[in-house]
Design a protein around this ligand. Structure first.
Ligand SMILES: [Zn+2]
Length: 368
């Protein structure tokens, strides 16, 4: 494999990370330290022995929130579940889990919301990032070893994109966008979720293939932007994760986690980018996906777009949020009086979220 990218990175762990291995599309069982545990791996759609590259250490990357709005209980469900798995690995099996999470603090939704509210995207993002961290604390989710922000890793992202272009897996357009060239990796695209519908991202006629996705987007006037060899712009969504995971862990990763809704295209594209950059066949060894949260009796997942969500707000000082949350709970959960009784009991005592993890154990289920 190639040398890991670390242009200007100030964070580093005093560890030697393994190199990305594997050839072709098929999953190869990693070599290294067999934990004796098994985990469901989305890459193979079955349980596999959990083999870590190094004894006693699990390198773990997770996609964090896009901080443009309140996190809801569906998000909480995902973070609580992975927290439980990490605690089991570390406390029961003595594995040192090195968990890195990225905060997406620049993207279309953030820019749009900031415009609506007439505040800067940075202020909006910091506000919801702070709230997210507080929510996680309230949920007793252990924080990652490090939170990293996209906007503080732009030079690394630019260097990563340059590397992919150098390896002839990406191309720049006259408009100043850069796209990943899916055709250049042949049938290796789709190793996680299949090649998907060939729709891809809308728009640019300069794309070689409709499935090609943006690594770098030329900025429109008024949008936040950074200098790059392709002109002013900002990173595409997927590239941040590939870059930051590689900056910290090098060309190989033990475990990657996220919500199941991120599997395609986000994780699929992360894999394509990393393997194109590192010139290897298996960057991430295990992909763990958390299912959607379903309210009891509902076939629908909890989501912002379905408007059936409950936020995590628990800050006792903010009466508006509290009453807001209370009314949301009442509206949503009244049909299930037994649940309501339990919930309101916890709620009145002000520590619903100490117990909510237990609730999730029964209410989270795999889907998709
Ligand atoms: Zn990601």
């Amino acid at each position: 494999g190639r040398v890991a990218p670390s242009p200007g990175t100030s964070y580093s762990f005093a560890l030697k990370f393994a190199s990305c291995t594997g050839v072709g599309k098929k999953w190869t069982r990693p070599t290294g330290y067999d934990t004796g545990l098994k985990t469901y791996n989305s890459l193979t759609k079955q349980k596999e022995p959990l083999v870590l590259a190094q004894e006693g250490i699990a390198t773990w990357y997770s996609c964090g929130p896009t901080v443009y709005d309140h996190a809801h209980l569906g998000h909480a469900c995902s973070y609580v579940r992975f927290d439980i798995i990490q605690r089991i690995l570390s406390r029961v099996f003595g594995i040192n889990v090195i968990h890195v999470m990225v905060i997406t603090d620049i993207d279309d939704k953030i820019i749009r919301r900031a415009l609506e509210k007439s505040i800067s995207p940075t202020i909006l993002a910091r506000m919801y990032e702070e709230e997210f961290k507080n929510d996680m604390l309230a949920l007793k989710v252990l924080p990652p070893a490090v939170y990293l922000r996209v906007t503080e890793n732009i030079p690394q992202i630019v260097a990563f994109i340059e590397g992919i272009i150098r390896n002839e897996h990406a191309y720049a357009t006259k408009q100043g966008d850069v796209y990943f060239d899916i055709g250049s990796i042949g049938d290796r695209y789709g190793k996680l979720m299949g090649a998907g519908d060939a729709a891809g991202e809308p728009g640019d006629t300069e794309k070689r293939d409709s499935r090609d996705f943006a690594l770098w987007k030329a900025s429109k006037p008024q949008e936040p932007s950074w200098e790059s060899p392709w002109g002013k712009g900002r990173p595409g969504w997927h590239i941040e994760c590939s870059t930051i995971a590689s900056s910290v862990f090098g060309s190989q990763l033990d475990i990657h986690s996220g919500g199941v809704d991120l599997a395609f295209p986000h994780h699929e594209n992360e894999i394509a980018q990393c393997e194109a950059y590192h010139q290897c066949g298996q960057w991430g060894n295990y992909f763990l996906h958390s299912g959607h949260l379903h309210l009891k009796g509902s076939a629908e997942k909890m989501s912002k777009s379905l408007n059936n969500y409950i936020t995590i707000k628990v800050n006792a000082g903010t009466s508006y949020q509290e009453s807001h949350m209370h009314s949301q709970f009442i509206e949503t959960l009244l049909p299930f009086s037994f649940l309501m009784t339990a919930l309101s009991g916890w709620y009145i005592h002000g520590h619903i979220l100490h117990k909510v993890g237990h609730l999730f154990m029964f209410n989270c289920r795999r889907s998709g």
